[in-house]
Design a protein around this ligand. Structure first.
Ligand code: ADP
Ligand code: MG
Length: 373
């Protein structure tokens, strides 16, 4: 294992009576890019402020570059932590030109002008040293903020929703640039966003937070395909849940019988996650589902299907499959997808739907599109 750039161990932080972070533990290796995602108010900014030294934890320890910077009787001030911060609003000094903004955190004895030139060319702004912040576009200001944070060679760079002030088009362009610049700089990054697409694109690792806790940290694919909790499943991508019951090493559900991959007691109730692209529908008089709604998305229709229990699941269909609300449909599982199931809100396992009709009894009797395969 590489050196750890950041380690948080069981951090707790309260503001008054309300808990902003609870037993938060996190490890990040040097050079990795962690995208932290979670709903507003879940503690993302608080975590960054604790790592930067702008807040003190109530308990727990924080290490930066394998040195304890906050813990029992230890508190290293922000300027001694080798942590860089980029905020939402960039916070450039309006009365200083680009060069002075970038030079701000660099020690005088360390050949300041050369370092400023170096980071400005890294972010593609060489030659703009004498511009004032108000003479720059939003994207350029963003890059100055990045250059200023990188100039003192931080061990860790923390970015708190850095693109939220940019419009959608620019945002997509800037995130590609920023990712490349940071990869080039080789710095360890904790990047906070509330945009899941951005998190999946930017991160080597994605962390999902909820109500002051870290629910899961994994590769982008791991988070999406193997969510640890229903919250993560729902927060990343679109997910619907169905109730199932264990019987004879099988989960019985309304979308079919799913073979169990491990021991669970008979009668155990489980929560099954399905995504709209898992579910195929086909008009059928004897079908179990009824189309209750559809959303036109251009390339696709997103259908809502009500099942006999009253549960509603969604199905993604190509736009040429146009079905009216009220239509009765048979359902089947598309092969190649992993159905994750949860017991007591934790993932208990998953089953990958094989080719053909791997999940039995998905269609109603007399209704078997699976035979075509
Ligand atoms: P996020 O960045 O994920 O939106 P924050 O870390 O800003 O969330 O906030 C987490 C929780 O802590 C919220 O409930 C917020 O109201 C509260 N909080 C954050 N900072 C303070 C503060 N300085 N004083 C009181 N409450 C705070
Ligand atoms: Mg925040």
């Amino acid at each position: 294992m590489n050196r750890l750039a950041v380690r948080c161990t069981e951090i707790n932080k309260k503001f008054g009576d309300s808990s902003a972070l609870q037993d938060m533990s996190l490890e990040l290796e040097e050079g990795k890019f962690l995208a932290l995602l979670g709903p507003s108010g879940c503690g993302k900014t608080t975590l960054l402020r604790l790592i930067a030294g702008l807040e003190r934890p109530d308990s727990g320890t924080i290490e930066v570059g394998e040195r304890i910077v906050a813990g029992k009787e230890v508190f290293v001030p922000p300027e001694k932590r080798r942590v860089g911060l980029v905020f939402q609003d960039y916070a450039l000094f309006p009365h200083m030109d680009v060069g002075a903004n970038v030079a701000f955190g660099v020690r005088r004895d360390s050949n300041r002008p050369r370092r400023v030139e170096e980071v400005l060319s890294l972010v593609g702004l060489r030659g703009l040293e004498h511009r004032m912040p108000h003479q720059l576009s939003g994207g350029q200001q963003q890059r100055v903020a990045l250059a200023r944070a990188l100039a003192p060679r931080p061990t860790v760079l923390l970015l708190d929703e850095p693109f939220s002030n940019l419009d959608a088009d620019l945002r997509v362009r800037v995130r590609v640039e920023v990712r490349d610049v940071l990869a080039c700089a080789g710095v360890t990054v904790v990047f906070v966003t509330h945009d899941q697409e951005e998190a999946l694109f930017m991160g080597d690792l994605v962390g999902v937070m909820n109500a002051g806790r870290l629910e899961q940290i994994d590769s982008p694919e791991g988070i999406f395909h193997r969510p640890a909790t229903p919250f993560v499943a729902q927060f990343i991508g679109t997910a619907d849940f169905l109730t199932g019951q264990v019987e004879d090493r099988t989960i019985i559900s309304e979308v079919g019988h799913i073979p169990l991959q491990q021991e669970l007691p008979a009668g155990q109730i489980v929560k099954i996650m399905v995504r709209p692209d898992f579910i195929d529908i086909e008009p059928a008089e004897t079908g179990r589902g009824i189309v209750t709604g559809r959303i036109f998305q251009g390339i696709h229709y997103l259908y809502s299907i009500r099942l006999p229990s009253g549960a509603v699941i969604r199905s993604l269909q190509h736009h040429n499959r146009e079905y009216p609300p009220g239509l009765r449909v048979a359902l089947r599982m598309n092969p190649g997808h992993r159905i994750t199931y949860f017991v007591d809100e934790r993932s208990a396992g998953g089953y990958v739907i094989g080719s053909g009709q791997a999940v039995s009894e998905v269609c109603d009797e007399g209704e078997s599109r699976g035979d075509e395969h």
